[in-house]
Design a protein around this ligand. Structure first.
Ligand code: HEM
Length: 533
């Protein structure tokens, strides 16, 4: 992936000025407390014309696992070391909040889990987390399959319409298609609402995308102008944002009202017995309303739902996008995956059991998440001063950090660290293949399986925070298994039916970031129906 970046003399001068100013500010703001920490030079200018996380990688190689970075009028600490990541995410997790991220997301997610204050978070996490138990996930497999089948039918129809064409193939933007698929799945899985976005457009769908774009805009725009009281009335994109939010809120309010009005004791019993497969509506909203009583606060429920809608939509779509991007460049691995899915899916539709058998497909998803983590950076702010532990690379004694300092925890750097991964930039799902340890325990290669026995996917526990696609510690993603299963099944069904080729060289796929890593102009692919499927 190439990021073009040319510089004029005038720009160079501006860059030097900016860099000097930012270095001065870093030193002023962090005082002596970070004095011994390596500093990334030339920071501010490098933020333009290139996704930030790529620059953070270059500086990681230069400065080690913990360094400071001047960024406009602020200093950030960049962490790329698993021991330090484990400390921030797990060991001293409650010394940190989401800082600038919470500021950005609060207007959209209210008191949803991601931006919530600690008290609300504690209370809601305790209520919501049990909703993601194994019987719920098992019931979700049908939704993952049905929605994926809808997408496949759409492609088949397009192929049929194109049958007179010479190519016998269709050209599609798979990134956009995966985005629709993930939206349909999250709508049904979380609040039993069928967006049907794979096949149609609607005001609610448009409003969801509008809100997502705004969240992305806010996460990359350094001056929070939307906080000015008049912005909502005079800035056109802010007017649109508030209109979009109103459409989504009204839709969610209707769904909540309906869920409360249709609460039935027989359903509650089924939920209590975890008899999800016999429930007409197995959504998380049903669980929250039925198991927690009808008196739960509507506004809080709405915040919970919109948070999950946003957290679980683009992230999953991005995993599928990059998995295809990587596979299309590695036809032998695509073939290997197709052999696996043909064997498992030929005679039956996907189930929880078939998911277990789709081992190679599962590892493709994890490898795609390793190379393209969503989001590539986690954001934290220290609530009190702290002592970071020494890491593998760089300062072995660790650093004292002051209260209020902002931290970028680079998942991208951890996942591509040359200190922990062989050929870190290569797509190699085989790196995780199952091995037996000397004491006979089976587990993913390179990791300690006794730390997380029976896990279907390699995770942060067994890798001791070298692999953290879903974060770790108390704020770890709640939808990790949902997302992993969803992506595995969708990918398996697609590969079962189609051969996929990139339409153009991989270098032409430019990458941009907001909350997730995505392409600049879509992932355009050619799909051909497989003869042997
Ligand atoms: C949090 C990744 C899908 C719900 C997180 C975090 C990560 C993450 C890294 C931690 C953020 C941090 O520590 O700052 C992903 C990825 C996904 C995915 C890569 C898809 C492949 C989902 C889905 C849902 C979901 C499908 C819901 C159905 C959440 C929630 C949180 C969260 C509620 C906040 C947890 C808390 O603060 O207690 N996600 N996520 N995510 N995710 Fe996911």
């Amino acid at each position: 992936i190439r990021c073009q970046h040319t510089e004029t003399d005038e720009r160079k001068q501006k860059r030097n000025l900016l860099d000097n100013a930012s270095n001065l500010l870093t030193n002023l703001l962090t005082g002596g407390s970070l004095g011994s920490m390596p500093t990334a030079e030339g920071a501010v200018s490098d933020l333009f014309g290139r996704p930030l996380f790529l620059s953070l990688y270059d500086w990681f190689i230069e400065h080690g696992g913990v360094y400071k970075l001047a960024f406009g009028p602020k200093a950030f600490i960049v962490v790329s070391d698993p021991i330090v990541a484990r400390h921030i995410l797990r060991e001293n997790a409650f010394n940190y909040d989401k800082g600038v991220l919470a500021d950005i997301l609060e207007p959209i997610m209210g008191k949803g889990l991601i931006p919530a204050d600690l008290d609300t978070w504690r209370q809601r996490r305790r209520v919501i987390a049990p909703g993601f138990h194994a019987s719920y996930l098992e019931a979700m497999v049908e939704i993952f399959s049905t929605c994926s089948e809808r997408l496949i039918s759409k492609f088949n129809q397009q192929l049929e319409e194109n049958v007179s064409g010479e190519q016998q193939s269709i050209l599609v933007d798979l990134e956009a298609e995966f985005s629709s698929l993930a939206l349909d799945i999250i709508g049904l899985g979380v609040f039993n609402y069928d967006f049907g976005s794979v096949t149609k457009e609607s005001p609610v769908i448009k409003a969801v995308y509008g809100t997502l774009y705004e969240a992305e805009h806010r996460s990359t725009f350094y001056v929070p102008y939307w906080k000015f009281p008049l912005a909502k009335w005079i800035v056109p994109r802010q007017q649109k944002f508030h209109k979009d939010l109103k459409v989504i809120n009204e839709c969610l309010d209707d769904l909540i009202r309906n869920a409360k009005e249709t609460r039935q004791e027989t359903d509650v019993e089924k939920l209590q017995q975890r008899d999800y497969l016999n429930l007409k509506d197995a959504s998380l909203l049903r669980f929250l309303v039925d198991m927690r009583g009808a008196d739960v606060d509507d506004r809080q429920l709405r915040d919970d739902l919109i948070t999950m809608l946003i957290a679980g939509h683009e992230t999953t779509a991005a995993v599928l996008t990059w998995a295809i991007f990587l596979l299309a460049q590695n036809p032998a691995k695509m073939k290997k995956a197709q052999e696996e899915v043909d064997l498992i899916l030929k005679a039956r539709s996907p189930s929880f059991e078939s998911l277990k058998a789709l081992q190679y497909t599962r590892l493709i998803i994890v490898e795609a998440l390793r190379l393209y983590p969503q989001p590539p950076l986690l954001i934290r702010r220290a609530l009190n001063s702290d002592k970071l532990p020494g890491g593998y690379k760089g300062d072995k004694d660790g650093y004292e950090i002051p209260k209020g300092v902002d931290i970028f925890l680079s998942v991208y750097n951890l996942h591509r660290s040359p200190y922990f991964w062989d050929n870190p930039h290569d797509f190699d799902p085989e790196r995780f293949l199952v091995q037996k340890t000397s004491d006979g325990i089976e587990g993913w290669a390179g990791f300690d399986p006794s730390r997380s026995p029976g896990a279907l996917y390699p995770n942060e526990i067994m890798s001791d925070f070298a692999l953290i696609p879903f974060g770790g510690g108390p704020r770890k993603c709640l939808g990790d298994q949902f997302a992993l299963m969803e992506s595995t099944i969708s990918l398996a069904l697609l590969l079962h039916k189609f051969d996929v080729e990139l339409n153009g060289p991989p270098e032409s796929v430019e990458l941009v970031t907001g909350a997730t890593i995505h392409t600049k102009s879509g992932l355009w692919c050619r799909l051909r129906k497989r003869v042997d499927s």
